[in-house]
Design a protein around this ligand. Structure first.
Ligand code: NAD
Length: 308
């Protein structure tokens, strides 16, 4: 850090961090508190698969924050009762500036063996939990014309992953959720971004080699989350992968594509005949990067088809 770049601070900002009893959420909470924020440390203290509960996870993080001279309260509500978390934050601090939707569980199984409960529980904690907290805080943020939201996605959500159909579905959904909030919140200075982190935690302890885990400290995700939620940051609707100190921004890419005449010649066989062109991402760089639904330019395509 050069001395000419002042550190970003969060004095008097109120932050809700869900699932903050350990791993990434704990790292964010400690970081925000060390920069002057008032932190609502939410965690129901469940096991990795969502089993059980314990107040001590959140309490320990709050104790650590207070010992370091910071300000925080513990909250033990399930994220599915997000309105209670928001209510608690409002009672304690009177506003909510930042929401870090971070709570999560895993129920990894092949799709063949996945039960309805494995599906529902994972969708509920990640997606419905983020919905419930954000929904309850939305009118507050709109009214105060200020808000910063982070949705925690995952590489599994962006790309899909073997044994994670439930988790990947929830994590991809959070990207669409974040992007839509980016549109609706902009006018009210509410910005929303999604991150796909990679960090050593109990969630990754069994799926990665020890030497890699040692290089992936959860603390190394906090700088991006803090930047994206700072009052000076204007970024919204973004998706960022981050791990081991490297941050990349992600967007969609479309091929140049093929326009078919919409008449009886437009058959499955016609699609088959030109499928390699449809799917050609190497077309001398003739790809495009749609950033919104408008970039699809359906009317332009219709005009092209008429000219065939
Ligand atoms: P973690 O298991 O250490 O943290 C998750 C926390 O969420 C736990 O403390 C747990 O008690 C809490 N939680 C679970 N269900 C809850 C509920 N219903 N209400 C409130 N709290 C609840 O795991 P982590 O690695 O720190 O993961 C944090 C987030 O990052 C998760 O959303 C995870 O999917 C995501 N993520 C992590 C990685 C990684 O490499 N660690 C990669 C991609 C995404």
């Amino acid at each position: 850090m050069s001395s000419s770049t002042p550190e970003l601070r969060f004095d008097n900002r109120v932050v809700i961090v869900s699932g903050a009893g350990g791993g990434l959420g704990k790292a964010y909470s400690l970081f925000f508190a060390s920069r002057g924020a008032k932190v609502v440390v939410n965690d129901l203290g469940s096991g990795l698969k969502g089993e059980g509960s314990s107040a001590s996870a959140a309490d320990l993080v709050v104790d650590e924050i207070k010992k370091a001279g910071g300000e925080a309260i513990a909250d033990y509500n399930n994220v599915l009762e997000g309105e209670k978390i928001v209510e608690k934050a409002m009672k304690a601090y009177g506003r909510i500036d930042i929401i870090i939707n971070n709570a999560g569980i895993l129920r990894d199984k092949s799709f063949k063996s996945m039960t309805d409960k494995d599906w529902d529980d994972v969708m509920n904690v990640h997606l419905h939990g983020a919905y419930k907290i954000t929904k309850a805080a939305w009118p507050i943020m709109r009214k105060q014309k200020y808000g910063r939201v982070i949705m925690t996605s995952s590489a599994a959500g962006i790309y899909g992953n073997f044994g994670q159909a439930n988790y990947a579905a929830a994590k991809q959904a959070l990207i669409g959720f974040s992007n839509s909030l980016a549109y609706e919140g902009f006018k009210y200075n509410i910005l929303s971004n999604a991150i796909a982190p990679l960090a050593a935690s109990r969630m990754t302890a069994t799926v990665m080699p020890k030497e890699i885990l040692e290089a992936l400290k959860p603390e190394f995700i906090a700088p991006l989350v803090a930047f994206l939620t700072h009052e000076k940051c204007k970024q919204t609707g973004g998706l960022f992968e981050i791990g081991a100190g490297k941050i990349t921004a992600h967007r969609w890419q479309g091929t140049e594509g093929v326009v078919f005449k919409a008449d009886e010649s437009f058959t499955p066989a016609a699609v088959k005949a030109r499928f390699d062109e449809i799917d050609n991402f190497d077309n001398n760089g003739r790809v495009y990067y749609p950033a919104s639904m408008k970039d699809n330019d359906w009317l332009g395509k219709l005009e092209e088809a008429k000219g065939l």
